[in-house]
Design a binder for this molecule. Sequence first.
Ligand code: MLC
Ligand code: AMP
Length: 463
Amino acid sequence: MLFPTLTPNAPDLPDAITVGDESLSREDLVGAATAVAERIYGARTVAVLAHPSIDTVLSIVGCLIAGVTAVPVPPDSGTKELAHILTDSGAQAWLGAAPDDSTLPVIPVRRYARSWHGHPQIAGSATALMLYTSGTTGLPKGVPITRDAIAAGLDALADAWQWSSDDALAHGLPLFHVHGLILGMLGPLRRGGRLIHTVKPTADRYAAAADAGATMYFGVPTVWARVGADQAAAQRLSSARLLVSGSAPLPVPVFETIRDLTGHELVERYGMTETMITVSTRADGERRPGWVGLPLNGVETRLREGDSDLPHDGESVGDLHVRGPMMAREYLNQPEKTAESWLSDGFFATGDVAVIDPDGMHRIVGRRATDLIKSGGFRIGAGEIETVLLGHPAVTEVAVIGVPDDDLGQRIIAYVVGEPVSDIELIDHVTTELSHHKRPREIRFVDALPRNAMGKVQKKLLD
Ligand code: MLC
Ligand code: AMP
């Protein structure tokens, strides 16, 4: 059972689930989400425009009750990205809000409807969520996530973080990725503790959540850097039990600032859409700045160079492979890309390069592919942005790169060869087709791109 605590006699609070200014008790949630489930029962796949709202919580939980696959769609998706996600996932309808010009049927979510009808148990192997994530090229790939994977991933984190029903989790992360949705929303539902979603992950809202009793906070490194820059807000997080960072490398100075201001050493954990979280420092263990910790319960990791294993000596740098019960099994509709990453012995080739020390501590050194950018904790494919920019009539050649950025980790820059055009026009073009966080922060117009003898763009020579 995915949510053992969502049963009629479980302990309840009027504000068990809070998103912004709205709260639900667990009884409200079960009643309203079961009413949602009744409206979609028998459907296969529905799309949810994943605004940070109570309706999104009800939609996703309604899908889980009914055994219908939910496709959480970034609410700012542009036309090209949106069309791709809907077609690729085979979504049959929108549940709740829908974009203005949608052609799919729309099933409303009625916040105050209630049903107590029991639904049959759903198989653990059923796909609960279809999450979309970027590769180096092409449009985002769908990753089917089963109920069993969600349960295994959340239970392994509960063990590492001593996460219990006594915890009140606060965060303001998007509800369409592993971090905000699976850990941040389904986590408290599985554990039975409170959720305080702050809608935006700002320092002042995180500080306010302390007054509402938050014991645990999630953030991407950009969020922790911004919290650390607001001394008064950061100090109010001292009352928490655990502060957790993930989705991108946590800079050591940010770890140190948060420690100095709050008295807490951030727990850092490493994961991917395809694998969920596989490695983390522990509530009862060493939190070493710059290192992401030990494999979670049930997870095995290895370092590879070609077909050979590398030693765990804290120095050898190799390709990180992971295996565990929280992993997805494939990309939707992409057998070739699936075969490249999911290996025949059950390990997943992460594309990240790491070292492991003799105690099993992991450090992520970087990514093999420079064409995967992490900006503000979002994974963004350079190729996806290049294809969209090439679709603009003024652009003849383009190269997109991520450059280091103190706030965002990496910042997107596009080098463009072409006819005169304003940078704003090109940036808006990307937003219209893809989504906000995929916008280049800067366009640099150049006469030519550096290329090698084969004509391939030499991105290392840019910036
Ligand atoms: C941004 N802006 C621009 C722009 N880019 N304006 C013009 N041109 C551009 N190119 C605007 C924004 O719209 C915003 O305006 C303002 O500038 C600030 O933007 P920002 O710097 O991007 O900040 P913000 O919007 O606050 O976003 C930062 C953030 C966000 C940290 C809140 O990046 C975020 O939510 N990240 C979380 C990503 C995440 O959850 N990843 C998990 C993946 S799962 P305005 O007007 O709106 O203020 C995963 C697995 C795992 O990785 O391990 O967890
Ligand atoms: P996504 O699919 O959006 O979850 O992105 C996964 C990628 O984020 C991983 O392959 C890593 O490159 C990066 N990542 C996630 N967590 C960490 C971390 N703690 N440290 C370094 N990189 C991370």
